[in-house]
Design a protein around this ligand. Structure first.
Ligand code: ZN
Ligand code: ZN
Length: 265
C-alpha cells in the first residue's frame, strides 16, 4: 500500500454548525487521508468560534488556530470583543490572525466598517508578531492598499482561497504574502487562478479546503472537509507538471515556515 501524501490544510472551519458530530472525527478522517496538519479558523458573529478553535488547537498537537474578525462581521466589532480577541490571539496555539480583510461582494458590513476593523487587526498581528490570513473578495485594490499602508509586510501572511489574477499575486508576494489555493483551482472555469498556480514560486504556495465550502472536483457541491485537500494538491501538481508528492512536500514545508509550527513528526 502506498502511503497517502503528507499535506497541511491551511484553512478550514470546523464549527458545530457545519460538523454537528464534532471536530474530532473530521480531524481523524483527514489524518487517514494523509492530512498531517490543519489550521482551524475561528471567526463568527461572536468569539465562540475563536474560543473553540483555540481549545481544539490546545488539545491537538498538529492543529493550529487562527482568530480574527471576518469582514462579514465587521459591524459586530466592539472594543470589548477586541480586548478578548487580543488575549486569545496571544496564546501559543494561535498561529495567525485571521481571517481578516475585505468582502465587497456580499458587503454584509459597510465598507468603511470593514476597513476600520481590518486596520485594527493588522495592527494586532504586528503587535503580536504573528502572520495574517487574508480574505479578499471583489476588493483587490483596497486590500492591497491597506496591507501596504499598515505595514503588513512586517509580519506577512497568506492570501487565503486565492481567486485573483497574476497582477494581484505579484503585489501580494512582494508584500510577503503566500498564496493559498482552494478547491477553486480544480474548477474548469478558473483559468486565471490556474495560471497563478502554474506560475507562482513553489516556496510561496499553500493548499486549503476552506471547509465546509468549495469542495474540489470530483466532490464539488458536497460539504467540504479537510480530507478532500488531496484533490486540490493533485490539481496544483498537474498544472505545474510535477508530482503530488512534490507539491505535498513543498506546501507542507511552506506551511510550517509560515505558521512557525511543526505539523509533521
Ligand atoms: Zn474567506
Ligand atoms: Zn474561511
Amino acid at each position: 500500500m502506498t502511503l497517502p501524501p503528507c499535506l497541511v490544510d491551511t484553512h478550514c472551519h470546523l464549527e458545530p454548525q457545519y460538523f454537528p458530530n464534532g471536530a474530532d472525527e473530521v480531524v481523524a478522517r483527514a489524518e487517514t487521508s494523509g492530512v498531517r496538519g490543519l489550521v482551524v479558523i475561528g471567526v463568527g458573529e461572536d468569539l465562540s468560534p475563536a474560543r473553540d478553535a483555540v481549545a481544539l488547537a490546545a488539545r491537538m498537537p498538529r492543529v493550529g488556530a487562527a482568530v480574527g474578525v471576518h469582514p462579514h462581521d465587521a459591524l459586530t466589532w466592539t472594543q470589548a470583543l477586541h480586548d478578548e480577541l487580543a488575549s486569545l490571539a496571544a496564546k501559543p496555539e494561535v498561529v495567525a490572525i485571521g481571517e481578516i480583510g475585505l468582502d465587497y461582494h456580499y458587503e454584509r458590513s459597510p465598507r468603511d466598517a470593514q476597513r476600520a476593523v481590518f486596520v485594527r487587526l493588522v495592527a494586532l498581528a504586528k503587535t503580536l508578531g504573528k502572520p495574517i490570513v487574508i480574505h479578499t473578495r471583489e476588493a483587490a485594490a483596497d486590500t492591497l492598499d491597506v496591507l501596504e499602508a499598515e505595514g503588513a509586510r512586517d509580519v506577512g501572511g497568506v492570501i487565503h482561497c486565492f481567486s485573483e489574477d497574476k497582477a494581484f499575486a505579484t503585489r501580494a508576494l512582494d508584500l510577503g504574502f503566500d498564496l493559498s489555493f482552494s478547491g477553486i483551482v480544480t474548477f474548469k472555469n478558473a483559468r486565471s487562478v490556474q495560471e497563478v498556480a502554474e506560475w507562482a514560486p513553489i516556496d510561496r504556495i499553500l493548499v486549503e479546503t476552506d471547509s465546509p465550502y468549495l469542495a474540489p472536483v470530483p466532490l464539488r457541491g458536497k460539504p467540504c472537509e479537510p480530507a478532500y485537500i488531496v484533490h486540490t494538491a493533485r490539481r496544483v501538481a498537474e498544472l505545474r507538471g510535477t508530482t503530488l508528492e512534490a507539491v505535498a512536500a513543498a506546501t507542507t514545508a511552506n506551511a510550517e515556515r509560515r505558521f512557525r509550527m511543526a505539523f509533521v513528526g
